[in-house]
Design a protein around this ligand. Structure first.
Ligand code: NAP
Ligand code: GDD
Length: 332
């Protein structure tokens, strides 16, 4: 019999890639969406799977809705990807970020414990939990957490609660501590997509500047399509466990900018990029770099797309997207 999976955050970046993977493995996929008068299926459309998913309404900040979702679906696996995931907004919306990213996870775990205790649970933990945590130039499963944002703090709560439900009630609950992963359907606020979209707009004359914050921050950037594979593998293991997932190399925002402009056929990026204090953070995470040895060894996981291939893929997708839009505008 085929397995079933519930994905929260189905309309975001990772949800569609994960849904596509699970559909290819013959899962019945349920996608939890918030109540909306007009939900945005753009990312699922991009991967061509909008009609292959069963949708159910639920909101991470509403416990009764999550109880209902779990009672109705009783899936074999839950992948909790829903979050207020933009770090920058988490200072401006600290309460909402805490309700959705921290308390919402407690509600979901409780619902599973009460109404579907055999369900396996994946929590989308994050390298942002490390913040300026102790490391020897990298972060692994042993590194201390010292989050620097309300987002990171809420995610530490959710991470520890996920472990606590495993230890207290014997539930199959896992966390993937994923480092930054990107794609052509990355949200437009995140720096990579903001850059590749900016390059395309400049290229086609729709913008003449790109306003950015801290160009010196370094991140360990991988491709989202590679990372959802590890979420799936974690829930197929004999025992629940937590894993760090990243490429093991990092690059500065400046390096990303330079490469993206090069792929866009623009050599003098300095002419277009403007430093703007609005995009700097009250407390920055200066540098993140994964040591994903455990995932490589126990899950036999390795990323396929390199940093350069990722930047190229994103620039090409945005050039195509912006060109299509400007062609349509020209033709009236
Ligand atoms: P994303 O594109 O921002 O998607 C998040 C999804 O969560 C959106 O579809 C959003 O729904 C949904 N959501 C937000 N608030 C909700 C609520 N109150 N109730 C129900 N759904 C809600 O994020 P992503 O990049 O796919 O990341 C997936 C998960 O991995 C997130 O938890 C993120 O924090 C975590 N993570 C991401 C990365 C990364 O680099 N991408 C790294 C580590 C961890 P709407 O579409 O309705 O807004
Ligand atoms: N968004 C943004 N916009 N970031 C900028 C900008 C800008 O104009 N200029 C510089 N940056 C810097 C940020 O200060 C940060 O150091 C870095 O670029 C990356 O920012 P984001 O792309 O917004 O990602 P993030 O690292 O803060 O968070 C993402 O990765 C986390 C995993 O480490 C998100 O996907 C989180 O949800 C995820 O947990």
């Amino acid at each position: 019999m085929s397995k079933s999976a519930l994905i929260t955050g189905i309309l975001g970046q990772d949800g569609p890639y994960l849904a596509k993977l699970l559909l290819s493995k013959k899962y019945k996929v349920y996608g939890m969406i918030r109540r909306y008068s007009n939900p945005n299926f753009g990312n699922l459309d991009y991967l061509g799977i909008t009609d292959k998913i069963d949708y159910i309404e639920g909101d991470m900040s509403d416990e009764s809705s999550l109880i209902n979702v779990i009672k109705v679906v009783r899936p074999d696996e839950v992948y909790n990807l829903a979050a207020q995931s933009f770090v920058g907004d988490s200072w401006r919306m600290a309460k909402l970020t805490t309700e959705v990213n921290a308390l919402g996870v407690l509600f979901l775990l409780n619902a599973i414990k009460l109404f579907s205790p055999m369900t396996r649970f994946y929590q989308a933990s994050t390298s942002e939990m490390y913040g300026i945590g102790n490391s020897n130039g990298y972060q692994d499963e042993e590194t201390n957490f010292h989050p620097r944002s309300p987002y990171g703090i809420a995610k530490v709560y959710a991470h520890m609660m996920t472990i606590n439900f495993r230890e207290s009630y014997g539930l199959f609950t896992c966390s993937g501590i994923l480092f930054n992963h990107e794609s052509p359907i990355r949200g437009i606020q995140f720096v990579t997509r903001k850059i590749t979209d900016g390059v395309a707009r400049i290229k086609f004359g729709l913008a003449d500047k790109l306003y950015l914050g801290n160009l010196d921050a370094k991140r360990d950037w991988g491709f989202a399509g590679d990372y959802v594979e590890v979420m799936y593998r974690m829930l197929q293991e004999k025992k629940p466990n937590d894993f760090v997932v990243g490429t093991g190399e990092n690059h500065s925002v400046k390096e990303f900018v330079k490469l993206a402009f090069e792929y866009g056929g623009i050599s003098d990026w300095q002419k277009y990029v403007v430093s703007d204090a609005r995009f700097k953070r009250p407390a920055e995470v200066h540098e993140l770099k994964a040591k994903p040895d455990k995932a490589k060894k126990l899950l036999n996981w390795k990323q396929k797309v390199s940093f350069k291939e990722l930047v190229k893929m994103m620039v090409e997708a945005d050039l195509k997207r912006v060109k299509t839009k400007s062609d349509l505008a020209d033709s009236g």
